[in-house]
Structures are given as structure tokens and as C-alpha cells.
Ligand binder design. Structure first.
Ligand code: SAM
Ligand code: SF4
Ligand code: SF4
Length: 374
């Protein structure tokens, strides 16, 4: 058998160790990047592992038994994550989202939720604390997560048809278990539950109207996400993207929909409501209508690298500082200029570029979604 080279997982993505200023200034909470965007949202990946193999995220051919996931010692501990979150809150973050990989695979994740839910903004207000999950383990964990202080969950679900769903998760996982998880999340008060459906033309676009019918009037908010060219593994093709405009047109052939005003700054979804008061849906048009202008999100990878964009090719190694004996004041001061220098706006640039110079050009180096989270 030919020898297989296993990459050193810990060094898979380039990352620079941030410089610690000699005279650290206290965080003002008012950071702005090069495009004037504030820092408001921190997405924290708590594991790079997943029990699903969705083809658009962790295709089986790449993420097989030989794939080198991060060793446990590389992962940030719950205390390190909470400490980092506290520093980001001082810089203006108001929303924390746990993600992955599959976040519910991280052992005792509810203990992390408890630590994060105890954090407060400088004015003493609680944070908006949420989690995105594939729903496979949620029925079992929902109550413990709620008790630990989680406010809401987003559950990813790409189809109601069991055969289509099993094919898309590619591990033969039944849809009924995810539907039970969604019900359980609602029962324990983790709502309003958001349901994320990644739409791939030719794979699950025939499920759009059925999904809308199913969740209409339940209180859950269904969001249709354009299939994105994240990472370098999913073999993304533009002709598999179903533009949100088309999603809305298909829904309008069945339901009367009215556009809604955005609720908050940096909101990714365009929201629509059913004219008869049966709730709302959203579309996330990451490909056809880039929303970089308002992007106020930072991402913390499983082993403590900070990424400023979903399509970044380089991270900033905060773990080196966390484990390097620096004070909170010093680490906060090292984070500030990273955000202030940020000029990422990949999706906007992608829309403006011919395909061969855009999405393809950066693909080999781009960070994978399961590693920094969605
Ligand atoms: N495992 C959890 C889940 O699936 O909800 C959390 C992590 S997953 C990476 C976060 C979100 O990213 C999911 O809603 C998933 O559908 C979405 N996602 C992954 N790859 C995507 C792609 N290529 N295009 C659009 N969304 C994607
Ligand atoms: Fe796992 Fe979520 Fe990626 Fe699917 S989208 S493979 S459930 S991390
Ligand atoms: Fe934000 Fe980057 Fe996505 Fe633009 S491409 S919205 S900057 S994460």
C-alpha cells in the first residue's frame, strides 16, 4: 500500500501569532474595521468532528477514516473559550453562537453553555446565546441546554423526504429523529427555533414548498440558504445554486408573502411573512446578494484561531496568547488591531469577478466550514 501522508492537523491552516502591544489600551467596545463594520457576533466552533457527512460541507471521500481531526489537546478548553468570549464582549460582541462540526458531540457542552450564559455586557445585560446543530442529539440534550442558559437553537434540516434527507446527510440518518428534536427544542423553550435548509438545485429544491408547508404556523422560522463555495472540498458549482429569488418565486406560487424590515444590524437573512399571519421565513443569499457590507461576525476555530471571514485563508492564533502567560488586558489589546485592519468582503468580490479569478482562485487554501463553523 502506498504511504499516506497525514497532515499535522494543528498546522493545517496558516495562522500568525498576534503581536501584543507594549502599552495595552483598554477595550472601548467601539471597534470598527476598514469598512466601518463593528464587531458584534462571535461564532465559536467547539469541535471539528461531525456524525453527518453532508456533501456540501464534509464529503465522505475527503472526511473518511484517514482524515486527521484535531487531537483533544489542541482544542480550547471551556475556560479558554469563556475567557476569549469575555474579551470579545469587551470589544463589542453581543451575540455568541456555538457551532462546529456538530457542537453537541463536544462532551459536556452544556457546561460551556453555563459558563457563557453567566457572561454579561459592560452594561450588565445577558448575551444573545445560541447554538447551531444538525439535530441528531438535540432531543436528548435540549432540556440540559435550556437549564444551562441557552436561549435558542438553529437546527439544520435539508429535506422532509426521508430518502432525500438520508442521502444528504450521507450517514443514513432518519429525518424523524431530527423532527423529534425540533419539537423537543420548542417544548423546552429553546425558541423561536430556526430551521436552516441549504438548497442545492437538483438535490433538494423540490422540497422547498413542502418544507414551508410543514413549518408554517408552528412558530419555527424556516430559512433557505444558498449553497456556498466554502472550503475546498465540496466541488461547488454555480449551476447547483438556486438563487433566493427563485426560492421566493416558488413559495409565492403557493402562499401570499410580504417582505419584512430587518430586525437588527448585520442580519444575514432577508425576512418574509405569510400574509395570513402564519409566521415568517427567511432567505440567506450569500452567493447572489452578498451581505459583506454589514458583516460584523468573527469566528473562533476549535483550536483557538480567529478568522475574520468565512472564506479566509489565514487565521490569528489566539491560543498561543491564551497559553502564553499573557494577561486579559494584553490579549484584548492584541485583538483590537486585528479587527481594525479587517477588510474582508469575499462574497462581494466573488460577485464582481469572473469565476476563474473568483471562487476558484482561493479555493485550495480556504478554510473548511466544519472547522470554523457556519
Ligand atoms: N453541524 C451543525 C449543523 O449542521 O447545523 C453546525 C455546523 S454547520 C457547518 C453550520 C451551518 O452551515 C449548517 O446550517 C449548514 O447547513 C451550513 N453549511 C455547511 N456547508 C454549507 C455550504 N456549502 N453552503 C451553505 N451552507 C452550508
Ligand atoms: Fe456536519 Fe453540519 Fe457540516 Fe452537515 S453541515 S457535515 S451536520 S458540520
Ligand atoms: Fe462576512 Fe466574509 Fe461572508 Fe462577506 S464573505 S459576509 S465578509 S463572512
Amino acid at each position: 500500500m502506498p504511504e499516506r501522508v497525514i497532515p499535522l492537523a494543528d498546522q493545517r491552516y496558516a495562522a500568525a501569532v498576534p503581536r501584543v502591544p507594549e502599552h495595552p489600551a483598554a477595550p472601548s467596545g467601539l471597534l470598527a474595521d476598514q469598512l466601518g463594520r463593528p464587531l458584534r457576533d462571535l461564532r465559536i466552533s467547539v469541535t471539528d468532528r461531525c456524525n453527518f457527512r453532508c456533501g456540501y460541507c464534509m464529503p465522505k471521500e475527503v472526511f473518511d477514516k484517514n482524515y486527521a481531526f484535531l487531537p483533544h489537546s489542541s482544542l480550547l478548553s471551556f475556560e479558554e473559550i469563556t475567557r476569549t468570549a469575555r474579551l470579545f464582549i469587551a470589544h463589542g460582541v453581543r451575540k455568541l453562537r456555538l457551532t462546529g462540526g456538530e457542537p453537541l458531540l463536544r462532551k459536556n457542552v452544556e457546561e460551556l453553555v453555563a459558563q457563557l450564559s453567566a457572561l454579561r455586557t459592560p452594561d450588565g445585560a445577558p448575551l444573545d446565546l445560541t447554538l447551531t446543530t444538525n439535530g441528531s442529539l438535540l432531543a436528548r440534550k435540549a432540556q440540559a441546554l435550556k437549564d444551562a442558559g441557552l436561549q435558542r437553537v438553529t437546527v439544520s434540516l435539508d429535506a422532509l423526504d426521508d430518502a432525500v434527507f438520508r442521502r444528504m446527510n450521507d450517514v443514513d440518518f432518519p429525518v424523524d429523529d431530527v423532527l423529534r428534536s425540533i419539537e423537543r427544542a420548542m417544548q423546552v423553550g429553546l425558541g423561536p427555533v430556526k430551521i436552516n435548509m441549504v438548497v442545492k438545485r437538483g438535490t433538494n429544491d423540490h422540497e422547498i414548498v413542502r418544507m414551508a408547508r410543514h413549518f408554517r404556523g408552528t412558530g419555527a422560522v424556516l430559512r433557505f440558504i444558498e449553497y456556498m463555495d466554502v472550503g475546498a472540498s465540496n466541488g461547488w458549482r454555480m449551476d447547483e445554486v438556486l438563487p433566493s429569488k427563485e426560492v421566493i418565486a416558488r413559495l409565492q406560487s403557493e402562499f401570499a408573502l410580504e417582505p419584512m424590515q430587518p430586525q437588527s444590524e448585520g442580519e444575514t437573512a432577508q425576512r418574509w411573512r405569510y400574509a395570513d399571519g402564519q409566521g415568517e421565513i427567511g432567505v440567506i443569499s450569500s452567493v447572489t446578494q452578498a451581505f459583506c457590507r454589514d458583516c460584523n461576525r468573527a469566528r473562533l476555530s476549535t483550536e483557538g484561531k480567529l478568522f475574520l471571514c468565512l472564506f479566509a485563508t489565514r487565521g490569528h492564533d489566539l491560543r498561543a496568547l491564551l497559553r502564553g502567560g499573557f494577561s486579559d488586558e494584553q490579549i484584548a489589546a492584541a485583538i483590537a488591531p486585528i479587527w481594525q485592519r479587517r477588510d474582508d468582503r469575499y462574497s462581494e468580490l466573488r460577485s464582481a469577478m469572473p469565476r476563474e479569478q473568483g471562487a476558484d482562485a482561493a479555493a485550495p487554501k480556504r478554510v473548511e466550514m466544519h472547522y470554523i463553523g457556519g
